[in-house]
Design a protein around this ligand. Sequence first.
Ligand code: OOG
Ligand code: MG
Length: 256
Amino acid sequence: MNIEHAARYLDDAAREARAVEQLSTSTPFPIEDAYRIQRASIARREARGERTIGVKLGFTSRAKMIQMGVDSLIWGWLTDTMLEEDGAPVDLDRFIHPRVEPEVCFVTKRDIDRPLTALEAYAYLEAAAPAMEIIDSRYEAFRFTLEDVIADNCSSAGLVIGPWSRRFDGLRNAGVLMRFDGRDVQIGSTGAILGDPLRSIVQASRLVANAEVALPAGSLIMAGAATAAQALTPGLHVQCVIGGLGQVEFTTRRHG
Ligand code: OOG
Ligand code: MG
Protein backbone atom coordinates (compact mmCIF):
# COMPACT_ATOMS: atom_id res chain seq x y z
CA MET A 1 0.00 0.00 0.00
CA ASN A 2 1.39 3.41 -0.97
CA ILE A 3 0.53 5.57 2.06
CA GLU A 4 0.69 8.97 0.32
CA HIS A 5 -1.29 7.75 -2.64
CA ALA A 6 -4.03 6.30 -0.43
CA ALA A 7 -4.16 9.46 1.70
CA ARG A 8 -4.63 11.59 -1.40
CA TYR A 9 -7.31 9.24 -2.76
CA LEU A 10 -9.40 9.64 0.42
CA ASP A 11 -8.64 13.33 0.93
CA ASP A 12 -9.73 14.11 -2.65
CA ALA A 13 -12.89 12.05 -2.21
CA ALA A 14 -13.75 14.03 0.95
CA ARG A 15 -13.07 17.41 -0.67
CA GLU A 16 -15.05 16.57 -3.78
CA ALA A 17 -17.85 14.86 -1.78
CA ARG A 18 -17.50 11.82 -4.02
CA ALA A 19 -17.84 8.21 -2.86
CA VAL A 20 -14.95 5.89 -3.77
CA GLU A 21 -14.25 2.17 -3.71
CA GLN A 22 -12.79 0.75 -0.49
CA LEU A 23 -8.99 0.71 -0.47
CA SER A 24 -8.92 -2.89 0.77
CA THR A 25 -10.81 -4.14 -2.30
CA SER A 26 -7.70 -3.82 -4.44
CA THR A 27 -5.01 -4.20 -1.74
CA PRO A 28 -5.60 -5.62 1.75
CA PHE A 29 -3.46 -3.74 4.29
CA PRO A 30 -2.72 -3.89 8.04
CA ILE A 31 -4.06 -1.60 10.80
CA GLU A 32 -0.65 0.08 11.16
CA ASP A 33 -0.85 1.21 7.53
CA ALA A 34 -4.44 2.36 8.08
CA TYR A 35 -3.28 4.76 10.83
CA ARG A 36 -0.37 5.90 8.62
CA ILE A 37 -2.81 6.74 5.82
CA GLN A 38 -5.05 8.57 8.32
CA ARG A 39 -2.07 10.58 9.59
CA ALA A 40 -0.97 11.43 6.03
CA SER A 41 -4.49 12.61 5.11
CA ILE A 42 -4.51 14.88 8.19
CA ALA A 43 -1.10 16.24 7.16
CA ARG A 44 -2.65 17.17 3.81
CA ARG A 45 -5.41 19.06 5.63
CA GLU A 46 -2.86 20.82 7.82
CA ALA A 47 -0.88 21.83 4.75
CA ARG A 48 -4.05 23.59 3.53
CA GLY A 49 -4.30 25.51 6.82
CA GLU A 50 -6.66 23.28 8.82
CA ARG A 51 -5.87 22.87 12.51
CA THR A 52 -6.38 19.73 14.61
CA ILE A 53 -8.60 20.46 17.62
CA GLY A 54 -8.79 17.04 19.24
CA VAL A 55 -9.65 13.41 18.69
CA LYS A 56 -12.71 11.22 18.33
CA LEU A 57 -13.25 7.65 19.38
CA GLY A 58 -15.34 5.26 17.32
CA PHE A 59 -17.15 2.01 18.08
CA THR A 60 -17.23 2.63 21.83
CA SER A 61 -20.82 1.34 21.98
CA ARG A 62 -22.35 -1.97 20.94
CA ALA A 63 -25.08 -0.13 19.03
CA LYS A 64 -22.46 1.30 16.66
CA MET A 65 -20.46 -1.92 16.34
CA ILE A 66 -23.60 -3.81 15.39
CA GLN A 67 -24.78 -1.13 12.95
CA MET A 68 -21.45 -1.10 11.08
CA GLY A 69 -20.35 -4.72 11.55
CA VAL A 70 -17.04 -3.71 13.14
CA ASP A 71 -15.94 -4.70 16.65
CA SER A 72 -12.78 -2.77 17.61
CA LEU A 73 -12.35 0.66 19.10
CA ILE A 74 -10.87 3.14 16.61
CA TRP A 75 -9.77 6.77 16.75
CA GLY A 76 -9.32 9.70 14.42
CA TRP A 77 -8.63 13.43 14.32
CA LEU A 78 -10.99 16.41 14.54
CA THR A 79 -10.09 19.63 12.72
CA ASP A 80 -11.39 23.18 13.03
CA THR A 81 -13.24 23.08 9.70
CA MET A 82 -15.44 20.24 11.00
CA LEU A 83 -16.94 22.42 13.77
CA GLU A 84 -20.50 23.62 13.22
CA GLU A 85 -22.20 26.16 15.44
CA ASP A 86 -24.87 25.01 17.92
CA GLY A 87 -28.29 26.03 16.60
CA ALA A 88 -27.05 27.00 13.14
CA PRO A 89 -27.86 25.54 9.70
CA VAL A 90 -25.50 22.85 8.39
CA ASP A 91 -24.95 22.66 4.63
CA LEU A 92 -25.21 19.09 3.41
CA ASP A 93 -23.62 19.90 0.02
CA ARG A 94 -20.12 19.15 1.25
CA PHE A 95 -21.06 15.62 2.34
CA ILE A 96 -21.65 12.40 0.42
CA HIS A 97 -24.18 10.47 2.53
CA PRO A 98 -24.03 12.10 5.99
CA ARG A 99 -25.34 10.51 9.17
CA VAL A 100 -25.64 11.98 12.66
CA GLU A 101 -25.10 10.36 16.05
CA PRO A 102 -25.48 11.54 19.66
CA GLU A 103 -22.24 11.85 21.63
CA VAL A 104 -20.65 13.38 24.72
CA CYS A 105 -17.76 15.76 24.06
CA PHE A 106 -15.03 16.57 26.62
CA VAL A 107 -12.49 19.38 26.65
CA THR A 108 -9.21 18.83 28.45
CA LYS A 109 -7.44 21.24 30.80
CA ARG A 110 -3.99 19.63 30.90
CA ASP A 111 -1.72 18.15 28.26
CA ILE A 112 -2.21 14.40 27.86
CA ASP A 113 1.04 12.72 26.89
CA ARG A 114 0.87 9.36 28.65
CA PRO A 115 -1.72 6.66 29.44
CA LEU A 116 -4.05 7.82 32.24
CA THR A 117 -5.88 5.69 34.78
CA ALA A 118 -9.62 6.07 35.34
CA LEU A 119 -8.90 7.83 38.65
CA GLU A 120 -6.59 10.35 37.00
CA ALA A 121 -8.81 11.10 34.01
CA TYR A 122 -11.17 13.39 35.90
CA ALA A 123 -8.37 15.82 36.83
CA TYR A 124 -7.54 16.31 33.14
CA LEU A 125 -11.05 17.48 32.24
CA GLU A 126 -12.20 21.05 31.95
CA ALA A 127 -15.82 20.38 30.94
CA ALA A 128 -18.32 18.13 29.17
CA ALA A 129 -21.04 18.95 26.65
CA PRO A 130 -23.88 17.26 24.78
CA ALA A 131 -22.73 16.86 21.19
CA MET A 132 -23.56 15.34 17.85
CA GLU A 133 -21.12 13.97 15.33
CA ILE A 134 -21.80 14.09 11.60
CA ILE A 135 -20.09 11.12 9.99
CA ASP A 136 -19.69 10.68 6.25
CA SER A 137 -17.81 7.64 5.01
CA ARG A 138 -15.92 8.37 1.83
CA TYR A 139 -16.66 4.79 0.73
CA GLU A 140 -19.50 3.74 -1.53
CA ALA A 141 -22.67 2.63 0.29
CA PHE A 142 -21.12 3.61 3.66
CA ARG A 143 -19.48 0.18 3.81
CA PHE A 144 -15.94 -0.57 4.95
CA THR A 145 -13.55 -2.91 6.73
CA LEU A 146 -11.94 -1.86 10.02
CA GLU A 147 -8.74 -0.86 8.15
CA ASP A 148 -10.67 1.09 5.52
CA VAL A 149 -12.58 3.18 8.07
CA ILE A 150 -9.44 3.97 10.07
CA ALA A 151 -7.65 5.12 6.89
CA ASP A 152 -10.69 7.33 6.19
CA ASN A 153 -10.15 9.16 9.53
CA CYS A 154 -13.02 7.15 11.02
CA SER A 155 -15.65 8.84 8.81
CA SER A 156 -15.10 12.19 10.61
CA ALA A 157 -16.92 15.00 8.85
CA GLY A 158 -18.57 17.39 11.33
CA LEU A 159 -19.44 18.05 14.95
CA VAL A 160 -21.82 20.29 16.85
CA ILE A 161 -21.20 20.96 20.53
CA GLY A 162 -23.76 22.20 23.07
CA PRO A 163 -23.18 24.18 26.28
CA TRP A 164 -20.14 23.21 28.39
CA SER A 165 -20.63 22.26 32.05
CA ARG A 166 -18.78 20.55 34.86
CA ARG A 167 -21.63 18.19 35.64
CA PHE A 168 -19.70 14.91 35.30
CA ASP A 169 -21.53 13.12 38.12
CA GLY A 170 -24.60 11.79 36.34
CA LEU A 171 -22.71 11.04 33.13
CA ARG A 172 -22.25 7.37 33.81
CA ASN A 173 -25.90 6.69 33.03
CA ALA A 174 -27.68 9.73 31.59
CA GLY A 175 -30.58 9.51 29.15
CA VAL A 176 -29.76 10.26 25.49
CA LEU A 177 -32.42 11.35 23.05
CA MET A 178 -31.99 12.33 19.40
CA ARG A 179 -34.94 13.94 17.63
CA PHE A 180 -35.66 14.79 13.99
CA ASP A 181 -38.35 17.48 13.66
CA GLY A 182 -39.46 16.78 17.22
CA ARG A 183 -39.80 13.01 16.64
CA ASP A 184 -37.59 10.62 18.65
CA VAL A 185 -35.26 8.75 16.26
CA GLN A 186 -32.71 7.34 18.74
CA ILE A 187 -33.05 6.72 22.47
CA GLY A 188 -30.26 5.45 24.69
CA SER A 189 -27.98 6.06 27.64
CA THR A 190 -24.48 7.49 28.04
CA GLY A 191 -23.70 4.21 29.84
CA ALA A 192 -23.67 2.61 26.38
CA ILE A 193 -20.36 4.44 25.77
CA LEU A 194 -17.71 2.13 27.31
CA GLY A 195 -19.95 1.67 30.38
CA ASP A 196 -19.13 5.28 31.30
CA PRO A 197 -18.13 8.00 28.80
CA LEU A 198 -15.36 9.15 31.18
CA ARG A 199 -13.54 5.97 30.14
CA SER A 200 -13.10 7.55 26.72
CA ILE A 201 -10.46 9.79 28.31
CA VAL A 202 -8.51 6.75 29.47
CA GLN A 203 -8.82 5.14 26.04
CA ALA A 204 -7.86 8.34 24.22
CA SER A 205 -4.80 8.78 26.44
CA ARG A 206 -3.64 5.23 25.67
CA LEU A 207 -4.20 5.62 21.95
CA VAL A 208 -2.34 8.91 21.61
CA ALA A 209 0.51 7.68 23.82
CA ASN A 210 0.78 4.60 21.58
CA ALA A 211 0.91 6.82 18.52
CA GLU A 212 3.60 8.93 20.24
CA VAL A 213 1.62 12.14 20.02
CA ALA A 214 0.42 14.45 22.81
CA LEU A 215 -2.98 16.09 23.20
CA PRO A 216 -2.49 19.70 24.30
CA ALA A 217 -4.71 21.24 27.01
CA GLY A 218 -7.91 22.53 25.42
CA SER A 219 -8.27 19.51 23.12
CA LEU A 220 -11.69 18.04 22.37
CA ILE A 221 -12.37 14.35 22.93
CA MET A 222 -15.51 12.94 21.31
CA ALA A 223 -16.41 9.83 23.32
CA GLY A 224 -18.22 7.94 20.53
CA ALA A 225 -21.89 7.51 19.74
CA ALA A 226 -24.29 6.20 22.38
CA THR A 227 -26.73 4.88 19.75
CA ALA A 228 -26.76 3.93 16.07
CA ALA A 229 -26.35 6.77 13.57
CA GLN A 230 -29.24 8.22 11.57
CA ALA A 231 -29.13 9.38 7.92
CA LEU A 232 -29.44 13.15 7.38
CA THR A 233 -31.64 14.72 4.72
CA PRO A 234 -32.15 18.43 3.89
CA GLY A 235 -34.75 20.47 5.77
CA LEU A 236 -34.47 18.72 9.14
CA HIS A 237 -34.33 20.11 12.66
CA VAL A 238 -31.99 17.81 14.57
CA GLN A 239 -31.78 17.87 18.35
CA CYS A 240 -29.90 15.83 20.95
CA VAL A 241 -30.78 15.98 24.65
CA ILE A 242 -28.55 14.42 27.32
CA GLY A 243 -29.82 14.21 30.90
CA GLY A 244 -27.94 16.62 33.19
CA LEU A 245 -25.90 18.11 30.33
CA GLY A 246 -28.58 19.85 28.27
CA GLN A 247 -29.16 19.94 24.56
CA VAL A 248 -27.58 20.75 21.21
CA GLU A 249 -29.29 21.29 17.86
CA PHE A 250 -28.89 22.20 14.20
CA THR A 251 -30.89 22.35 11.00
CA THR A 252 -29.91 20.90 7.63
CA ARG A 253 -30.13 22.48 4.19
CA ARG A 254 -28.85 21.91 0.68
CA HIS A 255 -28.03 24.49 -1.97
CA GLY A 256 -26.78 22.41 -4.88
C1 OOG B 1 -17.20 5.10 11.88
C2 OOG B 1 -17.14 6.08 13.00
C3 OOG B 1 -17.70 5.54 14.31
C4 OOG B 1 -18.65 6.32 16.57
O1 OOG B 1 -19.01 7.27 17.27
O2 OOG B 1 -18.80 5.14 16.91
C5 OOG B 1 -18.01 6.63 15.27
C6 OOG B 1 -18.57 5.02 11.23
O3 OOG B 1 -19.53 4.58 11.85
O4 OOG B 1 -18.66 5.39 10.04
O5 OOG B 1 -17.79 7.80 15.02
MG1 MG C 1 -18.90 9.14 16.31
